[in-house]
Design a protein around this ligand. Structure first.
Ligand code: UD1
Ligand code: CA
Length: 453
């Protein structure tokens, strides 16, 4: 039978070093709040109940944390008296009774479900406490894991450690699993008799052992456990996240010519045999199907690109842009909330917004859908196999039928029936010799001015 588990996520730090008007855990990595990365990993580990311990922005943090159907409740830690005190802010949730209590931090966004599963497995095997640790060349500031005969005997905080203990390089990530039936009793025994006068969660190890229980440490990668204290660390986490995700996407069969210049969002989906050229940015909500090509310097957000479609170079797909199979959106084109039908071409210098473009249509250079009158938005409908001449302004609401042809430079304000030709421009006038006359007139003025001095 699956063991029940409550994840208690600590997010009540004052985040002073972020120098921010919002809680640290709301800052995004890969387009998603750090807290949501943590809860997504919790959900992937098969845990459905989350207790958030927050100090500010409770509503916003709770909202951001509620991903993947998790049941999230938040608890305010009014005073910041240490990590054990923080966990106990969620006393009411812990008291509901779970097999396992998992403690995690809200500012460790690269965490995956693996370490959570390993720690819970150790508790299932009979340990009271299973701490997630990491090896590091720079242990300063972390609690050290003191291990004897394979058992974790204590976690020593830097400020309370002896020189010998400080030499230990296996460190406490702060994340751990605790036997849910014993958790409250263990946590309530923790005092604050230490260098910082704080209630240290790490004391749970020695307390469990003093009562005859066992503790163990499980190892995870330093990278995955990296936390965030300031904006420079935030950027570092972003870099690590991007590197990891690009690598996964390439291994899944996507070509990236210069992966270090491609920026992905937490939910970017790219199919096999798609090619992503250099300097492409994916905002949230993008799906690129297999075999599509995203040329250099394109920016996509909330867009769907079907197989065989091509985008860019220098294209911008905004939310609601849907390119059907084989469609093309070329350089300096912007597409927003619009369907571009199969094989349709929007190749140069164009804005298509709030529109439908039928299969196989050709949209000439400089075409603009005038979708906004300053107050309301209106739609443009272009049928299949239509041809829109260059520099056309389609003043919405307006429709152009299947197979219709719009002459270049037209301003189209009325619907164009299928197979019709529409011309919405002034007729050309040619005046023989007139250019020469004007030039000579102007030259005469210039000469007269010069003579005057
Ligand atoms: C803690 C651990 C240390 C570990 C380190 C890893 C303790 C006593 N020490 O140290 O062994 O190596 O994390 O980063 O547990 N928080 C609250 N309320 C509080 C205090 C903290 O919500 O009253 C939250 C913070 O927002 C943060 C996390 O708990 O997310 C850790 O707190 P922090 O003060 O950074 O702990 P450290 O002293 O770094
Ligand atoms: Ca810390």
């Amino acid at each position: 039978m699956a063991r029940s588990c409550l994840a208690v996520i600590l997010a009540a730090g004052d985040s002073t070093r972020m120098k921010s008007s919002v809680s640290k855990v709301l800052h995004p990595v890969a387009g998603r709040a750090m807290i949501a990365h943590v809860t997504a990993a919790v959900a992937r580990a098969g845990i459905s109940d989350v207790a958030l311990v927050v100090g500010r922005d409770a509503d916003a943090v709770e909202k951001a944390a509620a991903v993947d159907g998790l049941r999230v409740s938040s608890f305010l830690q009014k005073e910041r008296l240490g990590t054990a005190h923080a966990v106990l802010a969620a006393r009411e949730a812990i008291a509901r009774g779970y097999d396992d209590i998992l403690v995690a931090y809200g500012d460790v966004p690269l965490i995956t479900d693996g370490p959570f599963a390993a720690a819970r497995a150790a508790v299932a095997e009979g340990h009271d406490v299973a701490v997630i640790g990491f090896h590091t060349g720079q242990p300063t500031g972390y609690g050290r894991l003191l291990v004897k005969d394979g058992e974790l005997v204590a976690i020593r905080e830097e400020k309370d450690a002896s020189d010998a203990e400080r030499a230990v390089t296996w460190c406490n990530s702060g994340l751990m699993a605790i036997d849910g039936r014993k958790a409250l009793a263990l946590l309530e025994r923790i005092g604050n008799d230490n260098a910082k006068r704080e209630f240290y969660l790490t004391d749970v190890v020695e307390i469990a052992r003093s009562l005859g229980g066992r503790a163990v440490a499980v190892d995870a990668s330093e990278e995955e456990l990296s936390g965030c204290n300031n904006r420079a660390e935030l950027a570092h986490l972003e870099r690590l996240w991007q590197q990891r995700r690009r690598h996964e996407i390439m291994l899944s069969g996507v070509t990236m010519i210069a992966p270090e210049t491609v920026f992905l969002s937490y939910d970017t989906k790219i199919g096999q045999d798609a090619v992503i050229e250099p300097n492409v940015v994916f905002g949230p909500g993008v799906t690129v199907e297999g075999g599509a090509i995203i040329h250099a310097f394109s920016h996509l957000e909330g867009a769907h690109v079907a197989s065989g479609a091509t985008v860019g170079p220098f294209a911008r797909l905004r939310p609601g842009a849907h390119l059907a199979e084989g469609a093309k959106v070329g350089n300096f084109c912007e597409v927003k909330k619009a369907e571009i039908g199969a094989g349709a071409k929007v190749n140069h210098l164009t804005y298509i917004g709030d529109a439908f473009v039928g299969a196989g249509s050709n949209i000439g250079a400089g075409t603009i859908t005038c979708n906004y009158d300053g107050v309301n938005k209106f739609e443009t409908h272009i049928g299949a196999g239509a041809f829109i001449g260059s520099n056309t302004a389609l003043v919405a609401p307006v429709s152009v039928g299947d197979g219709a042809y719009v002459g270049s430079g037209s301003v189209i304000t009325e619907d164009v029936p299928a197979d019709a030709l529409a011309l919405g421009r002034a007729r050309q006038v040619v005046k023989p010799e007139r250019a020469k006359q004007i030039r000579e007139h102007n030259l005469a003025i210039k000469a007269a001015r010069k003579a005057k001095g």
